[in-house]
Design a protein around this ligand. Structure first.
Ligand code: UD1
Ligand code: CA
Length: 470
């Protein structure tokens, strides 16, 4: 029975309250557009077809969704009932159940949708509405029952009187319809209300007036029905989703020190006994192994971190760190860097599009760009890979067991062979052969007895008694 369920997601509205040029459903929660979270909830129960109604700024939504669902257009945004009319041509007259939901409800779960549909089918109701009790119902449509507790209508906040405003049970914007009845009665909806809009909610009263008894199904988790109408609600949704993600990880054995200040995306995978310190951001398709420590304020994007790795306050993008390697504080792996097993990247280093072999050390203040480094190399302090001539990027190769003295410039393209030694301060522009010692710097000249000839000798820089040595 369930695979007969069609889904209509309403996402044509203007989203005026967001005060943004970004479409409401394209605002991100944990780096994914809001509409993707809505789709998660409905895709999980495998519906027959998902129709998404687009309209205002529709190109933003269309180019994101592409063929993930069937897109239908509501030309003018005349209200939620008008939006559903856009699907008439595809669905009118067909038997089965249609689930209609607002495109701005990212917290709805598959479980709740399943329960709602089950209840709907068992109670043979023409329309079942998902509701919840809210401590603060402001902004939502209120649920009205008659004295026999029969569900008779929904009144919108803007049309409600004082008594109705005090009602805590609200419309979630999730509706299970008998599909035939939905399209039979949709055209009877009028726009006689304070907003001059065609409200989908009016179908409750219309159904009842025609002898069909709509029902409500109340969820116990009021969070699930949150509708994101403004940035404040987006922030609330973000925090709830983040809490769901972090709680799941904690249960799976990831030690998150401060879950309220740790930002992890839905698809991130983390192994056991890994410690995530406060203010860390783990973004996109990042994967982290077992026994790692991801230190304070690190940011890792779409990267693979293997087992036993330590990251200290560093930024890692589209890269890989192999077992037992470490980085930081304050270093940056730019895209396409592969850091081998046991490699040490110290502080203030930048690595880009480079491969670094097992146990190599890049201790301090270095730039390694467009290079292949072998094993057990010592990269001294301040070594710079000079990879760019202003037009093209060039690549360098450094053999294993080499020693790159501090403050050397490796001017690409150049190859330094295994077991060679680059003297500190060298500018290397030519290949260095196996077992060689390379000097690439001017010889030092000492001019004796020169101090008093220097203008500096008598400058105000020195105190009087230090000015002259004679
Ligand atoms: C709506 C409900 C309200 C419910 C709340 C739950 C109506 C009249 N009111 O109010 O009872 O408590 O949701 O969150 O339905 N849309 C279109 N085309 C339009 C107008 C809206 O596609 O012409 C879409 C919007 O993009 C949005 C959804 O419908 O995703 C709901 O519209 P919105 O303006 O957010 O309605 P609410 O005021 O939240
Ligand atoms: Ca809304």
């Amino acid at each position: 029975m369930e695979n007969k369920v069609n889904v209509i997601i309403l996402a044509a509205g203007k989203g005026t309250r967001m005060k943004s040029s970004i479409h409401k459903v394209m605002h991100e929660i944990c780096h994914r557009p809001l509409i993707d979270w809505v789709l998660d909830g409905v895709c999980d129960f495998d519906p027959a077809q998902i129709y998404t109604v687009v309209g205002h700024d529709r190109d933003q939504v269309e180019s994101h969704l592409q063929d993930r669902c069937q897109l239908v257009v509501e030309e003018k945004q005349l209200g939620t009932a008008d939006a559903v009319k856009a699907v008439r041509r595809s669905l009118a007259g067909k038997p089965g159940v249609t689930l209609v939901l607002n495109g701005d409800s990212p917290l709805l779960t598959k479980e709740t949708i399943d329960h709602l549909i089950d209840f709907h089918l068992k109670s043979k109701s023409p329309l079942t509405l998902l509701t919840a009790d809210l401590d603060d119902p402001a902004g939502y449509g209120r649920i009205i029952y008659d004295q026999n507790h029969k569900f008779i209508r929904i009144v919108e906040q803007k049309d409600a009187n004082k008594e109705e405003l005090a009602i805590k049970e609200v419309n979630s914007g999730v509706y299970c319809f008998d599909n035939q009845l939905l399209f039979d009665y949709l055209d009877q909806v009028q726009n006689h209300n304070s907003q001059k809009e065609y409200y989908l909610t009016d179908l409750v009263e219309i159904f009842r007036n025609n002898g069909f008894g709509p029902k409500t199904y109340k969820t116990q988790d009021p969070n699930e029905i949150l509708g994101v109408n403004d940035l404040l609600a987006l922030n609330v949704a973000n925090r709830i989703i983040q809490k769901r993600i972090n709680t799941k990880l904690l249960v799976e054995g990831v030690q998150i020190i401060d879950p309220d200040h740790t930002y992890i995306d839905r698809d991130v995978e983390i192994g056991r006994d890994t410690i995530i310190e406060p203010n860390v951001q783990l973004i996109g398709k990042t994967k982290i192994g077992n026994n790692c420590r991801i230190g304070m304020s690190s940011e890792i994007r779409n990267s693979i971190i293997h087992d036993g790795v330590t990251v200290t306050s560093s930024l890692i993008e589209d890269s890989q760190m192999m077992d037992r390697s470490d980085i930081g504080p304050n270093s940056h792996l730019r895209p396409n860097s592969v850091i081998g097993q046991g490699v040490h990247i110290g502080n203030f280093c930048e690595i880009k599009n480079a491969k670094i072999g097992t146990n190599t050390k890049v201790g301090h203040l270095s730039y390694v760009g467009d290079a292949d480094l072998g094993e057990e190399i010592n990269v001294g302090c301040g070594v710079v890979f000079v990879n760019y001539d202003g037009v093209n990027k060039h690549r360098s190769t450094i053999g294993s067991y080499t020693f790159l003295g501090s403050a050397s410039n490796i001017v690409a393209p150049v190859t330094i062979s295994d077991h060679s030694f680059i003297a500190a301060g060298s500018t290397i522009t030519e290949d260095v052969p196996f077992h060689a010692l390379a000097f690439g710097r001017a010889r030092q000249v000492n001019k004796s007895d020169y101090w008093d000839k220097l203008p500096l000798a008598n400058s105000a820089f020195w105190s009087d008694d230090k000015k002259s040595t004679k």
